[in-house]
Each structure stands twice: as structure tokens, then as C-alpha cells.
Design a binder for this molecule. Structure first.
Ligand SMILES: [Zn+2]
Length: 144
């Protein structure tokens, strides 16, 4: 996995978000995109998930999460939904499954959420420590 490349990709997407939406507040972005946000009782192993049904986009968040945890899960799911804009037949189910590092896309979604919440200025991001910072953040705010 090339983390530098991955980080670059995520940062350029955040720059797009900053320009396009003028905010990193996931509630506001979701509202602009007409994405339905639901807070449900879910098993502890699932922090959130998202899906597209009949052209409508949904993000479901675990009610047990703290405010910061919810914000992270919303941003994580937004990353998936905003990056699959063009595929109207997308029936994929995305999940914020906090402690299993699976695919490249999942790592990107985590980095996106973390950087949105913690870095105003990209120049302060240290590519050597970011992975560790994300892990600490997730242990702190996504463990339920
Ligand atoms: Zn995900």
C-alpha cells in the first residue's frame, strides 16, 4: 500500500469538498446532496453504513456513538457516497467497521473523515504518523 499516494488522493478530495460545499460539516454536505441520515440501534460491531436504493442515498449511524464518533462515521460514509456519484446502479453496502482495516477504499474513507475533523491546514499532516493518529482517534471515539 502506498500511503503517500493515498494521502495525496484524500487531500485533493478534501480540497474539492472545501471548494464545492464550502464546509466540512457532514450534516450540511449530506443535506446539500439530499442524503437521508438515520440514527439507529445497531450492533456494536457496526458504526455505520450507507447504501443507495431507488436512486436515494442513505447513511445509517449507530445511536451508541458519541458526537465525534457520529461525525466521523458520517464523513466516512459520505466519502463512499460522494465517490460513487455516477453509478446509479450502485447497490453496494458500505460499512464503517472501525477495527478491521480491509480495503484501500476503507483506509481512504477513514483518512478523509479524520483529516476533515482534525486538520485545517494540510501542511501540518505528517505522512509518517497519520496512520497511527487515525488508529488512536478510532480507538478513542469509535469504540462502542
Ligand atoms: Zn467504509
Amino acid at each position: 500500500m502506498n500511503y503517500k499516494q493515498l494521502l495525496k488522493k484524500v487531500i485533493s478530495f478534501i480540497e474539492f469538498v472545501d471548494t464545492e460545499y464550502g464546509t466540512r460539516d457532514p450534516e450540511k454536505i449530506a443535506a446539500m446532496e439530499n442524503i437521508f441520515r438515520l440514527v439507529w440501534k445497531l450492533p456494536r460491531c457496526i458504526q455505520g453504513f450507507s447504501f443507495i436504493h431507488d436512486g436515494d442515498k442513505y447513511i445509517v449511524i449507530n445511536e451508541k456513538l458519541s458526537e465525534k464518533g457520529r461525525q466521523f462515521a458520517l464523513l466516512h460514509e459520505l466519502y463512499h457516497l460522494l465517490n460513487s456519484h455516477t453509478n446509479e446502479y450502485n447497490r453496494l453496502l458500505f460499512m464503517t467497521n472501525a477495527f478491521v482495516k480491509t480495503t484501500k477504499t476503507e483506509i481512504e474513507a477513514d483518512y478523509f473523515a479524520f483529516i476533515c475533523m482534525n486538520y485545517e491546514d494540510f501542511e501540518n499532516i505528517n505522512p509518517l504518523t497519520i496512520e497511527h493518529e487515525v488508529a488512536i482517534f478510532k480507538r478513542r471515539y469509535l469504540k462502542i
